[in-house]
Design a protein around this ligand. Structure first.
Ligand SMILES: Cc1cc2nc3c(=O)[nH]c(=O)nc-3n(C[C@H](O)[C@H](O)[C@H](O)COP(=O)(O)O)c2cc1C
Length: 210
């Protein structure tokens, strides 16, 4: 590289006080994933390696670094629920990330209310204004560029039922900022909110040509 850059190869090391990766790919939406083990224990945990990958049918996914309880449960039952983390729920979402034994119900741990869904057995977070009921479509063990398997797991699921607090629908249009979603950034503790003041609109070139 001839331009002035701080460059490094991740396999060799970043050489910085903190790995900048999750500060750069940021802020990330959060997959607040609830699931049920085959034995019937409820589980809830946040995953910021999370996104939406398809529109119709909607497919969402998250990556677990290590085969965590959420992954084990989803592989056992084939189901999970995504819950929107909002500013009032951020502390509870953070608490639900505590490393606890598989037998521990994070709903009880955080004081959140489990709610029954329509199509899956996994519980919804009643306090969250948006919940997606999902069925597992694919799971993938990630590998590096040499084909070596990593202890990282990608879970993908089809959204089979959507539940939205009607207060977030104005004339049928979902109001993103009204929900006060929160996003995860870098370091051990950085999160961000969003506001309508930060919004800007861009029309796609294909749409302008019509
Ligand atoms: C905001 C936030 C985002 C997180 N994102 C991830 C993630 O993307 N992948 C991951 O493996 N762990 C992530 N974690 C850590 C897990 O939530 C934590 O390991 C949790 O105990 C896993 O729970 P489980 O074993 O019940 O699935 C995150 C934690 C927080 C607070």
């Amino acid at each position: 590289m001839s331009r002035q850059r701080y460059s490094y190869q991740p396999r060799v090391g970043h050489g910085l006080p903190h790995d900048p990766l999750n500060s750069i790919i940021a802020p990330r939406p959060i997959g607040w994933i609830s699931s049920l083990s085959a034995a019937g224990v409820r589980n809830l945990a946040p995953y910021s390696f999370f996104n939406c990958f398809n529109y119709q049918p909607p497919i969402i996914g998250f990556a677990s670094l290590g085969k965590k309880d959420s992954v084990r449960n989803i592989l056992e039952t084939g189901e999970f629920v995504w819950n929107l983390v909002t500013r009032p729920l951020a502390e509870a979402a953070n608490e639900s990330s505590a490393s606890v034994a598989q037998e521990v119900d994070e709903f009880a741990l955080t004081g959140l209310t489990p709610m029954t869904g329509d199509l899956v057995q996994a519980p919804l977070v009643a306090e969250s204004p948006v919940n997606f009921e999902c069925r597992l479509t694919q799971h993938l063990q990630l590998q590096n560029a040499d084909g070596v398997a990593l202890d990282s797991w990608l879970i993908l699921g089809e959204v089979v039922a959507v539940h939205i607090d009607p207060a977030l629908l104005e004339e049928g249009i979902y109001q993103t900022s009204k929900a006060q979603p929160v996003l995860r950034a870098g370091g051990p503790s950085a999160w961000y909110g969003i506001s309508e003041a930060e919004r800007f609109d861009l029309v796609r070139p294909d749409a302008r040509r019509k």
